[in-house]
Design a protein around this ligand. Structure first.
Ligand code: HEC
Ligand code: HEC
Ligand code: HEC
Ligand code: HEC
Ligand code: HEC
Length: 320
């Protein structure tokens, strides 16, 4: 490695470290965080409550922390804990950015100025106002969402999901493929009477297709890499693969239109690009060249066994 590239790498690493710490520094000057952090259930006095609860339980007295704690205070506690583990905490998206209030004020009364109760239709986190509140930082998702039937129904004050229905506050996680079927089925089911009923199955299938697309892109990039090493001109193949990557990048936002046909079309388009790339770097060999031996020879058996061993190892690693 020459001196110049060493310098560049050091610079990038330092920048990374600085960027990593900036949000934390800001967050620690934020009164919402400072105070709500101390509401953690593991404070001395709350640990005592916990002790009492355990003693009660030992004596078969059904009781929970709720006997001793006011409900809102508990929510404020739980919300801090969930938030502190979220990507929002890492990126310095503090409580006031969604709830309002004044984070430079130390007392609760002053800091809470302008914060309405969650159930107040004026609150920025009232369910119909949530898309706009999130949209300040996620404008593309909001724009897509505004095109959806979900948004229309939400505006009509009907039963429909808002951003936080799907992205649990305050962890703000993204549902995975397995969680989908149950989740969409909360509304899209015969018993809940929100048509179309096949949505949960379709949604699960489509997210599966997205995962497959990611896999195909990885594979084709590897094939392109090896073809290039072997002296093949990969310019065109790379262009097709890049198109697929570009489309993949738009899918998460597009998803929020909840137009599954349009979504599927885009996934198919990206898969077609991958097929084109593959047909260039891995043209189907002519039958004469690959004419299979009548029975698998010893070397192909060894080949199959080692392939299976590699697949097994990869799967095992993935599970760990
Ligand atoms: C000095 C402590 C303190 C500070 C500072 C503070 N809070 Fe609170 N907050 C609390 C407590 C305690 C509660 C529990 C309910 C109560 O007692 O009012 C609470 C409740 C809340 C609620 C729930 C309101 C409801 O009734 O639905 C929200 C939202 C909230 N805080 C946000 C914030 C934000 C945003 C900030 C910063 C701008 C902030 N808090 C600053 C102590 C504080
Ligand atoms: C990214 C936006 C966002 C951030 C950041 C955020 N909240 Fe919230 N918060 C919401 C939304 C949305 C709701 C309404 C939840 C719902 O619909 O159930 C809410 C609800 C609440 C409530 C009312 C009780 C409840 O669960 O409904 C409290 C208390 C609260 N938040 C405290 C906090 C505290 C404390 C922080 C910072 C540690 C924080 N929030 C950070 C979006 C946010
Ligand atoms: C002040 C800006 C801000 C607000 C307001 C905000 N977010 Fe975020 N959100 C971010 C940032 C920054 C990230 C980190 C990823 C990124 O850069 O896109 C993020 C990431 C996310 C992620 C991705 C999590 C993951 O695991 O990939 C989800 C989901 C999310 N936000 C949902 C919401 C929802 C729902 C709301 C409204 C209740 C909201 N956000 C409000 C700034 C914000
Ligand atoms: C009905 C459920 C649902 C609703 C409503 C919803 N989302 Fe999502 N959101 C998802 C799913 C599922 C994904 C992951 C999509 C994927 O991986 O292709 C996602 C992904 C995201 C991401 C991560 C994008 C990325 O690049 O990885 C953000 C940010 C986000 N949503 C914000 C929002 C905001 C803001 C709203 C409201 C305007 C919203 N979501 C409404 C289900 C929903
Ligand atoms: C809180 C209830 C609720 C949840 C949860 C919910 N939906 Fe919906 N959804 C609705 C309603 C209401 C409609 C509008 C139905 C109508 O047109 O009458 C709708 C419509 C749709 C449509 C449009 C259908 C059409 O005819 O164009 C799609 C697609 C959809 N939902 C997908 C999803 C997916 C995917 C999930 C899970 C991530 C989901 N929904 C979760 C309530 C919900």
């Amino acid at each position: 490695m020459n001196l110049k590239s060493f310098g560049i790498i050091t610079y990038i690493v330092l920048l990374g470290i600085i960027l990593f710490f900036i949000p934390q520094v800001n967050a620690s000057e934020n009164s919402c965080i400072n105070c709500h952090k101390t509401l953690t259930p593991f404070m001395e006095v709350q640990q005592q409550f916990n002790q009492i609860r355990i003693q009660h339980l030992e004596r078969n007295v059904a009781c929970s922390l709720e006997c001793h704690e006011d409900r809102v205070r508990q929510l404020a506690t739980a919300n801090y804990q969930q938030w502190s583990e979220s990507i929002h905490a890492v990126k310095g998206v503090t409580c006031d950015m969604c709830h309002g209030g004044n984070p430079t004020q130390a007392t609760k009364e002053n800091a809470h100025t302008g914060i309405n109760k969650t159930v107040d239709p004026q609150s920025p986190v009232y369910y119909t106002n949530v898309p706009k509140t999130c949209g300040k930082c996620h404008p593309n998702e909001l724009a897509s969402f505004e095109n959806s039937k979900h948004f229309q129904k939400l505006e009509d004050l009907k039963l429909a999901p808002t951003c936080t229905t799907c992205h649990a506050p305050h962890r703000f996680t993204v549902l995975n493929q397995e969680e989908f079927r149950n989740f969409c089925g909360n509304c899209h089911s015969v018993s809940k009477k929100v048509a179309p009923y096949d949505i949960p199955v379709q949604a699960e299938y489509l997210l599966g297709q997205v995962n497959k697309l990611k896999f195909n892109i990885d594979m084709s990039n590897q094939d392109i890499f090896w073809a290039k090493k072997n002296g093949t001109d990969v310019t065109e193949a790379q262009a097709h693969a890049d198109n697929a990557v570009k489309t993949l990048g738009t899918l998460a936002v597009l998803w929020h239109e909840f137009n599954l046909t349009h979504f599927e079309d885009q996934v198919d388009t990206a898969n077609m690009e991958i097929n084109k790339a593959e047909s260039i770097v891995k043209p189907t060999p002519s039958p004469t060249r690959t004419a299979a031996p009548k029975s698998p020879g010893f070397s192909s058996l060894i080949g199959i066994i080692s392939f299976l061993a590699v697949v097994y190892l990869i799967k095992k690693n993935l599970r760990e």
